[in-house]
Design a protein around this ligand. Structure first.
Ligand code: 13P
Ligand code: SF4
Length: 310
């Protein structure tokens, strides 16, 4: 089937099935193009909660579809490729977090949204790369804070809030590929071009950059900057969106080998098949669902974050 025919069929199916397509910024260009909304983890979680359609086809990785399902239990959330996971999310499990909590019984637990529903269920509040520092700032300054699973994002939060966190040693294998030598080379090759990097990057890479931003923050930066060339330190899938939205500017990946294989698993064929057969439904069993939902909803709330009753 040609791309055009698939796009047409997907459009028909969307109307027929009362479906909306959400896509993360790292998805393949053709997937981003058929999506109703493209965004970062926070924007997609908000969209999933607010859309009126009864079916959400989530083009992203498993934890993102899980978060959408948590926030909208009445909707059908479909993940077109079930094997699209996040290795960082899998770096911590429930027993791992339980032993960390046992060692720090008074600490509040902040979990990055890149985590399983089970880990969220054992956390006091969730955060994304866009709001992690703001979430931690809502915790009593005298309280100990456990931060899981991304130690590098945790370090950026420490820097922005001036607080010390008890961090799980997880990381993103894709962002860990970016090293300071890439920043130095990019600055040599593109003098004057701003370097923006994702907070999942190594601390020395963040230190060497001009701005540390979520993928949504990078899209805003790209729109607002007057610089004609921008160096982008994140998964390369974002480049296509930046170019689409800012045709007069040039976006150079810090390292074009920074690809997330899981984000590239979803193809148009998979989106079409998910809509046709409604396969790939993501559901979370109770009591994990209610407990994890509480942590995600706390992220959207305001005011002091209190220790939850687990
Ligand atoms: P964003 O929320 O910044 O899009 O990041 C999600 C992610 O998985 C980064 O690797
Ligand atoms: Fe996970 Fe990294 Fe892929 Fe994001 S880029 S989904 S953190 S492995």
């Amino acid at each position: 089937m040609s791309i055009d025919a698939m796009v047409k069929r997907i459009e028909e199916l969307k109307a027929e099935k009362d479906a909306v397509i959400l896509s993360h910024n790292y998805q393949l260009p053709e997937v981003q193009r058929i999506a109703d909304f493209v965004g970062d983890s926070l924007e997609l979680a908000q969209k999933a909660r607010d859309v009126s359609q009864s079916v959400i086809v989530f083009c992203g990785v498993h934890f993102m579809a899980e978060t959408a399902a948590l926030l909208s239990p009445e909707k059908t959330v479909l993940l077109p490729v079930m094997e699209a996971g996040c290795p960082m999310a899998d770096m911590i499990d429930a027993p791992g977090l339980a032993s960390m909590r046992a060692a720090h019984p008074d600490a509040l637990v902040v979990c990055y949204v890149n985590s399983t529903a089970q880990v969220k269920a054992m956390s006091d509040v969730c955060c994304t790369s866009a709001n992690a520092h703001g979430v931690v700032a809502r915790i009593d300054p005298d309280s100990e804070v456990i931060f899981v699973p991304d130690r590098y994002l945790g370090m950026q939060v420490e820097k922005r809030t001036g607080r010390s966190l008890i961090k799980w040693p997880g990381y993103c294998p894709t962002h860990a590929k970016l090293v300071v030598e890439h920043v130095e080379r990019a600055r040599r090759e593109h003098p004057g071009a701003p370097v923006i990097v994702h907070p999942e990057s190594r601390p020395d890479v963040c230190e060497a950059a001009d701005a540390v931003l979520s993928t949504g923050g990078m899209c805003r930066f790209a729109r607002e900057t007057s610089a004609p060339v921008v160096i982008v330190g994140t998964e390369v899938g974002l480049i296509d969106r930046l170019e689409r939205e800012n045709p007069a500017k040039k976006f150079v990946p810090l390292d074009e080998r920074a690809t997330c294989p899981n984000m590239k698993k979803t193809r148009l064929e998979n989106v079409m098949a998910a809509l046709e057969t409604r396969h790939g439904r993501v559901t979370i069993a109770e009591p994990i669902a209610s407990q994890a939902r509480r942590a995600v909803e706390e992220m959207f709330a305001s005011g002091r974050i209190r220790k939850a009753k687990y």
